[in-house]
Structures are given as structure tokens and as C-alpha cells.
Design a protein around this ligand. Sequence first.
Ligand SMILES: Nc1ncnc2c1ncn2[C@@H]1O[C@H](COP(=O)(O)OP(=O)(O)OP(=O)(O)O)[C@@H](O)[C@H]1O
Length: 329
Amino acid sequence: MSRNWTPLHDRLHRTLKERNLLEKGERLLVAVSGGQDSLCLVKLLLDLQPKWNWQIAIVHCDHRWRSDSQQNAEFVAKLANAWQVSFYLEIANQIPASEADARQWRYDCFQKIAELDDYKTIVTGHTASDRAETLLYNLIRGSGADGLQALVWKRSLLPTLNLVRPLLEITRAETAQFCQASDLQIWEDTTNQDLTYARNRIRQELLPYLQTHFNPQAEQNLAQTAELLTAEVEYLEKIASELRESATSVDRLALNRSKLRSIHLALQRRVIRQFLQQALTVSPNFEQIEKMTALINAPNRSRTDPFPGGAIAEVEGDWIRLKTPSPQM
Ligand SMILES: Nc1ncnc2c1ncn2[C@@H]1O[C@H](COP(=O)(O)OP(=O)(O)OP(=O)(O)O)[C@@H](O)[C@H]1O
């Protein structure tokens, strides 16, 4: 065992086994920004490699939106070279217009490399702290329970490609401490200090405030809540999807009211949300779902306001039918 083996190595090893996140001998593409989380991740994986026989490669994406982004990329390239692992660098042709665009481009890059060089798994350094922040962010933004799932351990990006986040139980304080103890120099991303981003304000202001004034364990508690909610939402969605199938008409444009009446309000809402999502191809909002749910017990011919695109839902006897507006003559 390496002289630098730490309790964090043990925790990660156990998590990977217990949650069945990675397999022995896999080819892993590790996404490394150069920050403390992804550096901690890749170093831990490299240390665990002799036990698991992985083939590890590093990918870094240069969005070109900071003046020092090229040095950032060179910094990661040097580390990959020192560790003697394959290194992929992607440089944006066009500077992404928003964080969401940057993320989309990054995931496209990961998928392209994975397909080209046969990686089945991409590994990222999301932590318990990211989970706590995402949960707070989604709560404040006003998402339903589904938005509260806040980062899952493993999800499929393509039929043959999984995204795995093995550090979801480890906090940012722990990754920082690990990097320091391992003499791992980290790349400080200056945009993390920019308080115009809501995510940074949650990280720099809101969470520290909650920890100081309410509960020092706030971050861990939020991350644990995200873990519980994730499993519960997954379960409810699966049940709702089966119920939706059995309540949907053959032409797929109506839901059976008797079937809906026999299930709990929580599932009625989910079935209706899934139904509308499929039929309208956009996510319905809270109000729209509530209006349609009210039709389960409403008199015949009751109807909702028009949804985006003009369709309405109307009671037809034992059915709630979605009707598209007829074209103007
Ligand atoms: N420029 C980058 N190049 C490669 N990997 C990156 C880069 N930026 C972020 N990552 C990967 O994504 C993880 C999460 O980073 P960060 O929290 O900054 O992204 P995010 O946009 O909030 O997350 P997500 O991509 O899931 O929405 C990092 O630990 C790292 O594994």
C-alpha cells in the first residue's frame, strides 16, 4: 500500500464498490478542470488504479473565456504528462455565451472523445458541496421535487456512455485538504470569485451564512437530503410512468379520469406532468399541472386555459382530452 494512502482513499474505494460505480479494467476518461475537486479525483483514481486495473485518461476543455485559460490547460497537460496518462485537450472555436452553453459544449466534447476512443465512462469531480449548492439553487429557483434531485452518482449520457460522479460524499473542504496534504498544486479559477454568478454567491455567501448562523452541518445535511430525494424521485417517476401508460388512451391524447382518481395526488400530478411533457414537448409549469389536475374531479366539458402552442385540456366524460386548436379558416 502506498505510503500516502489516506482515509479518503478507503472511502472512495468502498463507495465505488458499494455503489457499483466503476468496473475493474475499465477505460476511464476523467474530466479535469485543474481545480481542487477534479485534481483530488484524478489523484485518488490513479492511486487506486493498481487495485482496479483501470486505463485512465484525462480530458480538459479550454472554453477560452479567461485570459489565463491557455495556461490553465498547459497546467493540466503538464500534470498528465508527469503522471504519464493520455491527455485530450479541447479548445472552443467560439467562446461560449453562457455557463449553460459552456457545459453543453463540454459534454459534447466528452462524448465525441468517448465515441472516438472507446471510453464507456466519463468521471467528474462533483462533490457533496456541489450537491448542497445545487439543491439550494434549485429550491430558490422554484423547481418541483424533480429539480431537487441535485446530481446523481451515475447517469447515462449515450446508450454506451455513462457519467460517473464518485466524490458526491466528499466535501470541498476535504478535497482542498487532500490536495494540500498531497502537495498537489491547484489551479485557482478566478471566475469562481465572481459574485455576479448566483452559484458563486451560494457558495461564498449563502452556505457560509447558514453554517455560521443556523447549523455547522448545513452543507452535509443538504447533501444528504439531495441523496434521499434523488432515490425517492426516481422511484416515484417510475411508478408514475407505469400508471401513465395504463391511463393513456390509444390515440395518446387523453387520460382516464377513473384511473387517475384511484391514485394519490402526488402521483396524479406526476402522471399529468409526464403526459403534458410528452404531448407538448415542453415542461409544463406548476400552474398548468394544477389546472389539469383539477379536471380529474371537474364537471363534464370543464377545460384548462390554453397551453403554450394553443392546446387545451377538456373533460369528455371519463376522459381528460388534449385538444389542439383547429386552424383558422
Ligand atoms: N474546463 C473543464 N475541463 C474538463 N472538465 C471540467 C471542466 N470544468 C469542469 N469540469 C468537470 O466538471 C466537474 C464539475 O465542475 P463545475 O462544478 O465547474 O461544473 P458545473 O458546470 O457546475 O457542473 P455540470 O457540468 O455537471 O453542470 C469538475 O469537477 C470536472 O470534473
